[in-house]
Every structure is written in structure tokens, then in C-alpha cells.
Design a protein around this ligand. Structure first.
Ligand SMILES: [Cu+2]
Length: 121
């Protein structure tokens, strides 16, 4: 089964280093951190955890690069839904990232035409 992928930019705006140890979502059974050593073409491997971010450090989860892979949704996940992902720190804290769902081509729902309408593209 193809997982859903999550992309976002994460920046440590605090004054101390944080260590990310994992992630979870109430809408998926499992969330994994992946690296994409070949730009995401064929290879995919686990990102080394914990992921340490010093103050001012940022990591960009983006197509062709590191990303979160979400496996086994608990129900239908539709474009424009908001999926909340809880990022977990080694000190027990967690914080939420909210991701808006788009389709596999990355288009938000408003850019898609209804499935039964005639189109030219
Ligand atoms: Cu992956």
C-alpha cells in the first residue's frame, strides 16, 4: 500500500536544542521519518532518529527530500482534510503540525475539476 506523504518546514525557534524521536497521527496507524538519498526516485530509507535541531536550525520535508510517510489510514482521507501529526521530543513533550491534504499530484481540491465534467486537459 502506498503511504501518504507529509511535507513541511520545521524550524527550532527556541533557545535550546531539541531532539525529535518520532511522530504519530490519530488518522494513521504508523508515521515514519524517511530520507530520500536519490531524490526519492527509487530509494527510501529511514531518517536517523533522534533528529536534533539546534536553535535556528531548520529541516525541510519536501518532495524529493526527507518526508514523513503515513501508513494505514483509519478511514477515508480526502483533499482539503487537515491531518494533525504530533511530533514527539525526547523530553516527553510533543507538538502538533497540521497538514492540508492534496491529491497525489499535489493539487489542492479547488484546482481539480469534478470527475464527470468534460475537460480539455
Ligand atoms: Cu518514504
Amino acid at each position: 500500500m502506498i503511504p501518504s506523504l507529509a511535507y513541511f518546514r520545521l524550524e527550532n525557534r527556541g533557545v535550546e536544542t531539541v531532539s525529535l524521536t518520532g511522530a504519530r497521527s490519530d488518522r494513521y496507524a504508523r508515521v515514519e521519518f524517511h530520507a530520500a538519498p536519490d531524490g526519492g526516485v527509487f530509494m527510501m530509507e529511514d531518517l536517523d532518529l533522534p533528529l536534533r535541531l539546534a536553535p535556528g536550525d531548520a529541516i525541510v520535508f519536501a518532495p524529493g527530500g526527507p518526508h514523513l510517510a503515513l501508513f494505514t489510514p483509519s478511514g477515508w482521507v480526502n483533499p482539503d482534510d487537515v491531518v494533525t501529526i504530533q511530533l514527539q521530543l525526547d523530553d516527553g513533550r510533543s507538538f502538533a503540525v497540521e497538514c492540508v491534504v492534496s491529491d497525489m499530484l499535489g493539487r489542492p481540491a479547488m484546482q481539480r475539476r469534478p470527475p464527470d465534467s468534460p475537460g480539455t486537459d
